[in-house]
Design a protein around this ligand. Structure first.
Ligand code: HEC
Ligand code: HEC
Length: 223
């Protein structure tokens, strides 16, 4: 009897070790899109309404997250939890999410985008002025030449995103020491601070005008 029990004891022990290891490292949590859909009811109240706007701290459209890169969705939600991103609505929403919730939601939303872009080039060439800004900021080195193929999946797809949101997000990287507004990502802070607001707006308008993979899926079309 003793011998028969031993292997299963070790198997249980090994199983418990594995669970601990994956809970510690968030990146190892595997998301399930079906489960994610069932957890998305709250999210689509804002992200599932076409052109839905938020009023704080200035009026802009809520970002398109259907089709966004999964690891970026997890990274962004984690940044709201840690206070690295300060938007109050999203801080409240993200607070209670477990690593498994974040992975499931990311699996669901990342699978709901537009078809993957076939071309590595943007669907529309920037003006010479905007091309110079893109060159100065080195944007394509990280976000990809078509702005939807980031070099690291934890970086966002920014092509085809709402212009007013992109502008707001870019400005947020330049804000320091504010309790309700700002993003502390050091990489984007260093980049955004090189530009005047009017230049950030030009970049945002161009990025929004090209074809992307992100979209808003209306809540009532999948219910
Ligand atoms: C009350 C409206 C509201 C709800 C509900 C909401 N969001 Fe958001 N979400 C926003 C706004 C506004 C932003 C932009 C915040 C900012 O400027 O950083 C945002 C940003 C995000 C971002 C970052 C997008 C990007 O491109 O940087 C992700 C990811 C996200 N939300 C996921 C979710 C998920 C998942 C849920 C449900 C668990 C959810 N949101 C619920 C309003 C909402
Ligand atoms: C060295 C890599 C790198 C370069 C170069 C870079 N970015 Fe980023 N970008 C990132 C990362 C990483 C994030 C996510 C930061 C975070 O977690 O908030 C980001 C986020 C963004 C966002 C927020 C998107 C969203 O959905 O919230 C915008 C807009 C953006 N970048 C635009 C640009 C533009 C425009 C340029 C060029 C002027 C540029 N980036 C250059 C790495 C880079």
């Amino acid at each position: 009897m003793k011998f028969a029990l031993k292997p299963s004891f070790y198997a249980l022990f090994a199983g418990a070790m594995f669970v601990c290891a994956s809970a510690g490292a968030q990146t190892q949590v595997v998301g399930n899109a079906k489960v994610g859909e069932s957890k998305a009811a709250l999210c689509v109240g804002c992200h599932g309404i076409l052109n839905f706007k938020t009023a704080f701290p200035e009026v802009h459209k809520v970002p398109r997250i259907h089709g966004q890169s999964g690891p970026y969705i997890v990274a962004a939600l984690t940044a709201y939890q840690k206070g690295e991103r300060k938007h109050p609505s999203m801080v409240d929403v993200a607070e209670a999410l477990t690593p498994q919730d974040k992975a499931d939601l990311a699996a669901y939303f990342s699978g709901q985008g537009l078809p993957a872009l076939k071309s590595d080039e943007p669907s529309k060439k920037p003006s010479a002025e905007v091309a110079a800004l893109i060159e100065k900021g080195g944007c394509t080195a990280c976000h990809g030449t078509n702005f939807s193929k980031p070099v690291d999946p934890s970086y966002p797809k920014i092509g085809g995103q709402h212009a007013d949101f992109l502008y707001f997000a870019l400005k947020a990287y330049t804000v320091e020491g504010h309790s309700l507004v700002g993003r502390s990502n050091p990489v984007m802070a260093g980049i955004a601070k090189q530009f005047k607001p009017a230049e950030l707006k030009q970049l945002a308008n161009y990025l929004s005008s090209i074809q992307g993979e992100v979209r808003t899926v209306r809540q009532d079309t999948f219910r």
